[in-house]
Design a protein around this ligand. Structure first.
Ligand SMILES: NC(=O)c1ccc[n+]([C@@H]2O[C@H](COP(=O)([O-])OP(=O)(O)OC[C@H]3O[C@@H](n4cnc5c(N)ncnc54)[C@H](O)[C@@H]3O)[C@@H](O)[C@H]2O)c1
Length: 363
C-alpha cells in the first residue's frame, strides 16, 4: 500500500455514534502503511485516544475541509451544509475538492441530491458512495442493513406491545434483547417482513424471532402480484426492500382508510421517502429518536416508525461489522474494481444531472 492518506471525519448528526473504521481496523490500516488522520468526535462510540493508540494522528472535528488535496475523506452520513454563492451555484466554502467516501444518498433524486452533486462538480471532488460499492454482480460490499432491520423490527414490536419509550437512545444488544423477549401474557400476532431475503430482512427476522414471533416472509416473488388483503391482514409489517426502480406501492392512502385493515404498526426500514421509487408513499417525513412513532391514520389506527439511522442505536455492533467489511476494501483503494464501479456511478449521476442542469457539466 503506497501513500494512501485517509481522513476519518466527525459525523455532524449529534445522534450518530457509529464510525466506518473502528480502532482495531485503524491499527490494521496503519500497519499496512496507510496514513490515517482521525477527527475528534464527541459522540463517536470509540474515543479518539483509541485511534491515537492505534497510530493515527488526531485532529479537530471538521478540519477535513483544510486537508491536503490528495486526502480521501471517509465518513458515513451527510457533510455539513455550506452557503451557496451568487445565484444557485455553490459558494467557495461549499465546493468539494477531495475524494469522499460516504453514503451520499444522491443518485435516486432524493431531496438535496442535486445540491450535493453540484458541490462536487464545482470543486472537482469525487464521491465514492458506499451504497454503490458493489461486487461484479452488483451486490453491496459494505452495509449496515442487518442491524437496521434488527432495530427496525425490534422497535416496531416494542411499540406494538406498548413498551417503546422515547426519546430513543443508543444501547447494547443485551439491553435491547432483554426488552424484546416476550413477557408472560404477551400475545402472538401476525407479522410480515418484506424484503425478507436481504440483509435488513434477515436482521428483522432475527429480531422478530427474539420477540417470540414467526413472521411471514416476502421477497420479490411474493410481491410481483401483490396480495393486498393478505398484507393488510398482518398486524405488524417491516419493510426492508432495496428499490432500484419503480415498483408497485405496498401501501396507499386507500389502504389506510380500509376499515377491515388489521395492520397497526409499520416500520419502514427502507426510508426512501421523497424518492420516486418509494414503495410506501403514505408519508412524507421520516421519524426520529425524539419522536420515533407517527400516527398515520386514526381509525383504524396505523402507526409508522421510519428512522433513517437505525443502526446508530447499536453503534458498537454496527460499526464493528461495517468496519470489518470496509477495511480490506480501503487497503485496495483506487486499485480494486469495486472503486472503479463506484466512480463510474458517480460520473454517470453527474452526467445525468448535467443533462438537466447546464450549469453542472460532466464531473
Ligand atoms: N433505516 C436505516 O437506518 C437503514 C440502514 C441501512 C439500510 N437501510 C435501507 O434498507 C434497505 C434494504 O437494505 P439491505 O442492505 O437489506 O438490501 P438488500 O439488497 O440486502 O436486500 C433487499 C431485499 O429486498 C428485496 N426486494 C427488492 N425489491 C423488492 C420488492 N419490490 N418486493 C419484495 N422484495 C424486494 C430484494 O430481493 C432483497 O432481498 C435499503 O434501502 C437501505 O438503504 C436503511
Amino acid at each position: 500500500m503506497t501513500e494512501l492518506h485517509l481522513w476519518l471525519r466527525h459525523e455532524i448528526r449529534t445522534t450518530e455514534r457509529r464510525t466506518p473504521v473502528v480502532p482495531s481496523d485503524a491499527r490494521r490500516l496503519v500497519g499496512a502503511g496507510v496514513t490515517l488522520t482521525v477527527e475528534e468526535s464527541p459522540q463517536r462510540v470509540f474515543p479518539a485516544e483509541a485511534y491515537e493508540a492505534a497510530g493515527c494522528q488526531v485532529v479537530p472535528a471538521g478540519s477535513w475541509t483544510g486537508a491536503p488535496a490528495d486526502t480521501v475523506v471517509v465518513g458515513l452520513k451527510e457533510l455539513p451544509d455550506a452557503p451557496d454563492g451568487p445565484g444557485e451555484s455553490p459558494g467557495e466554502a461549499a465546493m468539494l475538492r477531495h475524494r469522499h467516501i460516504f453514503f451520499g444518498h444522491a443518485y435516486k433524486a432524493q431531496p438535496g441530491a442535486r445540491a450535493l452533486l453540484r458541490r462536487f462538480a464545482a470543486g472537482g471532488g469525487t464521491l465514492f458512495d458506499l451504497e454503490y460499492l458493489v461486487d461484479e454482480d452488483g451486490r453491496r460490499l459494505t452495509a449496515f442493513g442487518y442491524w437496521a432491520g434488527y432495530l427496525g423490527a425490534a422497535l416496531a414490536v416494542l411499540h406494538h406491545r406498548g413498551r417503546l419509550t422515547a426519546p430513543l437512545r443508543p444501547l447494547s444488544k443485551k439491553e435491547l434483547d432483554d426488552a424484546l423477549h416476550p413477557a408472560p401474557g404477551d400475545e402472538r400476532f401476525a407479522s410480515l417482513v418484506i424484503g425478507a431475503l436481504g440483509r435488513s430482512g434477515r436482521g428483522a427476522r432475527a429480531a422478530l424471532a427474539e420477540a417470540g414471533l414467526e413472521p411471514t416472509c416476502w421477497d420479490l416473488p411474493e410481491t410481483r402480484a401483490l396480495d393486498r388483503p393478505a398484507l393488510l391482514a398482518h398486524e405488524l409489517m417491516v419493510n426492508t426492500v432495496l428499490t432500484t426502480g419503480p415498483s408497485t406501492p405496498f401501501l396507499t392512502d386507500k389502504d389506510l382508510a380500509e376499515p377491515d385493515r388489521r395492520l397497526r404498526t409499520v416500520c419502514d426500514v427502507t426510508c426512501d421517502v421523497g424518492s420516486p421509487y418509494n414503495v410506501l408513499p403514505v408519508y412524507d417525513t421520516v421519524t426520529d429518536w425524539a419522536d420515533p412513532v407517527r400516527r398515520l391514520h386514526a381509525r383504524p389506527a396505523l402507526d409508522l416508525i421510519a428512522i433513517d439511522n437505525l443502526p446508530s442505536l447499536l453503534p458498537e455492533e454496527a460499526s464493528t461489522d461495517f468496519s470489518a467489511a470496509l477495511t480490506p476494501l480501503l487497503l485496495e483503494f483506487g486499485v480494486g474494481g469495486e472503486w472503479g464501479r463506484c466512480l463510474d456511478r458517480f460520473t454517470e449521476a453527474c452526467r445525468e444531472l448535467g443533462a438537466r442542469d447546464e450549469g453542472l457539466g460532466d464531473a
